[in-house]
Design a binder for this molecule. Structure first.
Ligand SMILES: Nc1ncnc2c1ncn2[C@@H]1O[C@H](COP(=O)(O)OP(=O)(O)OP(=O)(O)O)[C@@H](O)[C@H]1O
Ligand SMILES: [Mg+2]
Length: 359
């Protein structure tokens, strides 16, 4: 049945010591008309089996490019992974063959994009498409795979799944299409799910439903999940850990309950302070004064320095890259002055542990 990927002796088993995914010093560049763009500039993070990691940051901060790198989907040219390492279940993905990466997508790694039509084939029946992925990766018969596809559609809350399986994507509403993509993403029991703004294109009531489906699917499969979003309310609700990105780098990462209460990076503090309330429907990131950095030059110091209340007038912040260092238990910050952060962030603005919080 399931094709077993052989584990060689020198591949360490996934235990407590080894994370499911370890990204180290990832660098991704694009060639553009204006020159080289440093989209991801030394990103490191890890995710444990079964864990949900929320990834936040302003538009252009490198969230999607980081996700695409894991999937081996950085368009090349113009892009390329210029350095670093991505190890999934003990296997190095940087430099891995297209065949290896293709095998991974849809099996060990499931992906949910913002626009389901990027994943769905418009001229193939929905059930067939889901079944196809199952057949390829698991070697099931056509009938068995189709049966499983119908089960999956039921699991993600598509009503009348047998009937729906025979329909085409255009016969599905936006929310239903997104459910179909989720079914496809979890079809082969992935160890890692990557969701890149999966609800952004949906209207608010559907968003909440689709989020519930993702949460439910995550619980069913136990897949570790990277959840990219602009919505800090969703992070508070869904994720255990959060990674805050800016200018292609990780600014801060750690437990949601810690970071939302006591950010130790001024950019995170700014994001949290810009939220009127997480209980409001429009709990979107509102911009901090100033402009995002240009990625057309390598930033020597901290990319947030020109906009930072702490670093604006400090030479070291402009000149020296702040390393991502431990500032507490399971809490890292890339700031030269983490101890000066937080005094101004009103506590009542965030309540990640409050089960009443709904976005
Ligand atoms: N194909 C490409 N060619 C050139 N530059 C690109 C390409 N894809 C991404 N970039 C650049 O890389 C940077 C990071 O982009 P990315 O899509 O990862 O941002 P993001 O954090 O996902 O933003 P958003 O929240 O808007 O989705 C941006 O400056 C973007 O313009
Ligand atoms: Mg993006």
């Amino acid at each position: 049945m399931t094709e077993q990927v052989s584990i060689t002796k020198d591949t360490a088993p996934i235990g407590d010591e080894q994370p499911l995914l370890q990204v180290t010093d990832l660098q991704v560049e694009f060639r553009t008309d204006a020159g080289r763009a440093y989209a991801v500039d030394g990103v490191s993070f890890s995710i444990a089996a079964g864990e949900i990691l929320g990834v936040v940051g302003e538009s252009g901060s490198g969230k999607s490019v980081t996700a695409m790198s894991i999937l081996g989907l950085v368009p090349s040219p113009p892009g390329r992974i210029a350095g670093g390492s991505i190890v999934l279940q003990g296997q190095e993905l940087v430099g891995a063959s297209e065949r290896t990466l293709r095998k991974l997508r849809g099996s060990a790694v499931g992906v949910i994009f913002q626009d389901p039509m990027t994943a769905l084939n418009p001229v193939q029946r929905v059930g067939r498409q889901i079944a196809e992925g199952i057949r390829i990766h698991r070697g099931l018969s056509k009938d068995k795979a189709l049966e499983r596809a119908v089960e999956l559609l039921a699991l993600v809350g598509v009503p009348q799944p047998e009937l729906r399986a025979r329909q085409y994507p255009h016969e599905f509403s936006g929310g239903m299409r997104q459910r179909a993509m989720i079914a496809m993403a979890i079809a082969n029991d992935p160890a890692l799910l990557i969701a890149d703004e999966p609800t952004t294109a949906l209207d608010v009531t559907i968003q909440a439903q689709v989020l519930d489906v993702i949460r439910h699917s995550q619980q069913e499969t136990g897949a570790a999940t990277i959840f990219i979003t602009h919505d800090l309310g969703v992070v508070a609700e869904l994720a255990e850990r959060v990674m805050v990105m800016y200018g292609g780098r990780v600014m801060e990462t750690g437990r949601v309950s810690t970071i939302f209460r006591q950010p130790r990076h001024p950019y995170t503090a700014g994001l949290l302070a810009s939220l009127p309330s997480l209980t409001r429907d429009d709990a979107e990131l509102t911009p901090i004064p100033g402009n995002p950095p240009s990625i057309l030059a390598k930033v020597k110091g901290c990319p947030f320095q020109p906009r930072c209340v702490i670093g604006r007038d400090r030479d070291i912040c402009a000149a020296e890259r702040p390393p991502l260092l431990e500032v507490g238990t399971d809490h890292l910050s890339a700031c030269h002055f983490p101890d000066e952060v937080g005094a101004s962030a009103p506590e009542q603005q965030v309540a990640p542990d409050d089960s009443e919080v709904r976005s």
